[in-house]
Ligand binder design. Structure first.
Ligand code: FNR
Length: 338
């Protein structure tokens, strides 16, 4: 049997295979209220029928002002719980586990209202200048992540992922390019990590399940976080009880990224080997053969598939065929898939 299709335990959650649907914003909330729509149900259920082991819902805003766009999915209010819980019941009925990515866009929010960041530096000339967050705003935002985690628990998610990548709010605290604060949340690498550390510890007061954190392992800028600083963050994340580092890159400042198959893998492998923590590989992984190589060579523990799963909801079946392996079909498809 291939490793890709072998089950794996993450804390007390067993995933039936190592294929993860990477979080992908669909900007499809019709009423700008952050609620699940019929599109989301069809979109995610298709991948559950397609036998993805873990379906991670797109970046979901923990505060209304933390949306990337007015059409983002939300988890900032209790009125979001029912739609998410109903969706989870459907996804779970196909044997998939589910995760939600908790997010705050910070200075990358494209909203008509005021936006917030660690320091008042705009992303570029097309973005609003953010308001520097006060200590009170920082504490309120940490509490918003906690409330979102409590709602995720009530909505029956198996796993939470904290979005600390792509230049969104948490990444803005981590990076010296965007964090120029003089208080305990800025300056040293330890201080820049504080916001994320406090988010994790407050989430843990209401959430017992696995926590993943997505980070940008490379900022593609000479004054951005160094590899040593990234390794410091991942060591801290391990000590703070995070189960997996989802290894993405970029988005902190406008920078050109050279992409190629597995372009984010070198640092993913380094983090796994040096820190001794589960990692998730992501980025232009498109075939079962490629995914299997990553797992067999111990470069990552889970493989996150993005665009390939948008093109083909049955990517897992295709990958199994490429590996000469069998994947259990949904019972309605047994005759077609065997
Ligand atoms: C993304 N990506 C992304 N990442 C993330 O952490 N949260 C998100 O909500 C989104 N949204 C999103 C929307 C769309 C339409 C795409 C294509 C991508 C990034 C995504 O999860 C993944 O990391 C990249 O797409 C690279 O993987 P693939 O697509 O090469 O497999």
């Amino acid at each position: 049997m291939s490793l890709l299709l072998e089950p794996i335990d993450v804390k007390h959650v067993t995933l039936k295979n190592r294929i993860v649907m990477s979080p992908m914003c669909m900007y499809s909330c019709t009423a700008e209220d952050g609620k699940i729509t019929p599109f989301h149900i069809t979109h995610y259920t298709s991948r559950a029928i397609g036998q993805v082991g873990l379906i991670m819902l797109e970046a979901s805003a923990v505060q209304k002002e933390g949306r990337i766009s007015p059409y983002d999915l939300g988890i900032w209010d209790d009125h979001h719980i029912k739609g998410l819980k109903d969706l989870n019941a459907t996804l779970h009925s196909y044997g998939t586990k589910t995760a939600i990515q908790l997010a705050h866009a910070g200075r990358k929010a494209e909203l008509p209202t005021s936006i917030f960041a660690p320091s008042n530096i705009a992303f570029n000339e097309n973005y609003q200048q953010p308001i520097e967050m006060s200590l009170k705003a920082i504490h309120q935002t940490i509490d918003a992540f906690k409330q979102a985690a409590r709602r995720a628990s009530e909505a029956d998610f198996d796993i939470i992922e904290i979005h600390g990548a792509h230049g969104y709010l948490i990444n803005q605290f981590l990076s010296p390019l965007t964090n120029q604060r003089n208080d305990e949340y800025g300056g040293s690498v330890k201080n820049r990590y504080r916001f994320l550390k406090e988010i994790i510890s407050s989430i843990k007061t209401v959430w017992q399940g696995p926590i993943f954190v997505r980070i940008s392992t490379d900022e593609y800028h000479s004054k951005g976080n160094t590899l040593d600083e990234i390794l410091y963050f991942t060591e801290q994340l391990k000590q703070d009880g995070v189960e997996l580092i989802d290894c993405s890159s970029g988005g902190v400042v406008p920078a050109k990224i050279k992409t190629f198959p597995g372009y984010q893998l070198t640092r993913c492998e380094r983090i796994k080997q040096q820190i001794g923590i589960y990692t998730g590989a992501v980025g232009l992984i498109t075939t079962g053969i490629q995914a299997e190589e990553i797992l067999q060579n111990d470069r990552a523990d889970l493989v996150f598939i993005g665009r390939a799963l948008l093109r083909n909801p049955y990517w897992a079946k295709e990958a199994a065929d490429q590996l000469g392996d069998n994947i259990d079909p949904p019972k309605q498809y047994v005759r077609a898939w065997k």
